[in-house]
Design a protein around this ligand. Structure first.
Ligand SMILES: NC(=O)c1ccc[n+]([C@@H]2O[C@H](COP(=O)([O-])OP(=O)(O)OC[C@H]3O[C@@H](n4cnc5c(N)ncnc54)[C@H](OP(=O)(O)O)[C@@H]3O)[C@@H](O)[C@H]2O)c1
Length: 303
């Protein structure tokens, strides 16, 4: 049966973290989880924006159990502080939605010395998941959902220059960051499965939706092409969040699966299981990525 939020029961005992929940897909995801009475922690880098988004949700769902918390994925210290705060305050974590992302910014190195897209989209989520793993695994049937993209399809991983220090192509770096998110989701699921935990990991992509993600796109593209192409290949953030929600809340889902829109070329349409590139399924590459990631964040888990 196709995923439909209406068929999902209320889940008042459950708790979810959504990174980057103040706008776009993260906002829609948080909103939908609140509709199901799930307690939602909006983990955002800008608390003023997060509070504004929280108010928008509370205006529609006054009984929403929702709070905001600071998380800047461009800082591993911020990730550690958030995980510590969460682990002190809560004794369960049902859903971790690794949603936040940035696309095609000018070249920037974070305070930790890593390329911004690689760290914000992937590496910090890798650390966040590891730090929250004790809570995830003690919570029955918990799930970790990581956001990938159609951009992963043409992407490769350059292990010799993961941080794009020798050559920065904004698009290649974005594609690589989204590919590693997908590889991570699959490898995380394999490693969880070996431990016998009931936690599963999945990945999702939204197709295309005109959100804040496109802020670094060339102005001419947004001005000229976007109005022509938009009706053909994009859908609303609300619809684009459905693959994430399918992965997070769908019944009869299995770990390691990738959800996305099932319409023309995966740009839009109802959510369903979708295929991914060969490299995203390569277990040797996944193992290598995991080991490199552990070294970069100086934290080991599930090995
Ligand atoms: N929209 C699409 O067509 C599309 C397609 C494929 C994949 N995706 C993926 O979907 C996810 C959500 O994107 P979106 O379309 O909803 O874009 P969006 O509206 O720009 O939302 C991105 C969210 O991530 C947050 N974020 C960015 N950098 C961060 C950092 N350093 N620390 C913490 N949060 C940070 C943003 O915060 P601020 O508001 O403070 O910037 C915002 O809340 C991303 O992972 C993206 O790669 C989107």
């Amino acid at each position: 049966m196709d995923f439909d939020l209406k068929n999902i029961p209320d889940q008042p005992q459950r708790v979810a973290i959504v990174t980057g929940a103040n706008s776009g897909l993260g906002f829609e995801t948080a909103h939908a989880l609140c509709q199901k009475q799930i307690r939602v922690i909006m983990a955002c880098r800008n608390l003023a924006k997060a509070e504004k988004a929280k108010k928008q949700i509370c205006d529609k769902i006054p009984e929403a159990k929702i709070e905001t918390s600071l998380l800047d994925l461009a800082s591993l210290n911020s990730v550690r502080a958030f995980a510590k705060m969460y682990s002190t305050k809560y004794d369960r974590l049902d859903l971790l939605i690794n949603n936040a992302g940035v696309m095609m910014p000018p070249y920037k190195v974070t305070e930790d010395g890593y390329e911004l897209q690689f760290q914000a989209n992937y590496l910090s989520h890798f650390l966040l998941t590891g730090l929250l793993l004790p809570l995830l695994t003690k919570t029955a049937c918990s799930r970790v959902v990581s956001l990938s993209s159609k951009a992963h399809e043409e992407a490769t991983i350059d292990f010799e220059d993961l941080q794009c220090a020798h050559h920065y192509s904004k698009w290649k770096a974005y594609g690589q960051s989204k590919l590693v998110c997908l590889i991570f989701a699959k490898e995380l699921n394999r490693r969880l499965h070996k431990t016998g935990a009931t936690t599963i990991a999945l990945a999702a992509h939204p197709g295309i939706s005109n959100t804040g993600l496109f802020r670094y796109f060339p102005k001419w593209f947004n001005a000229v092409l976007s109005p022509l192409l938009a009706p053909l290949i994009t859908h609303s953030p609300k619809n684009a969040a459905k693959p994430t929600l399918n992965a997070a809340l769908g019944q009869n889902v299995t770990g390691g699966v990738y959800y996305g829109p099932s319409g023309f070329m995966g740009f839009k349409g109802a959510p369903g299981k979708v295929d991914s590139s060969e490299v995203s399924k390569d277990e040797e590459i996944a193992k290598r990525l995991w080991e490199v990631s552990e070294e970069l964040v100086e934290f080991r888990y599930l090995n």
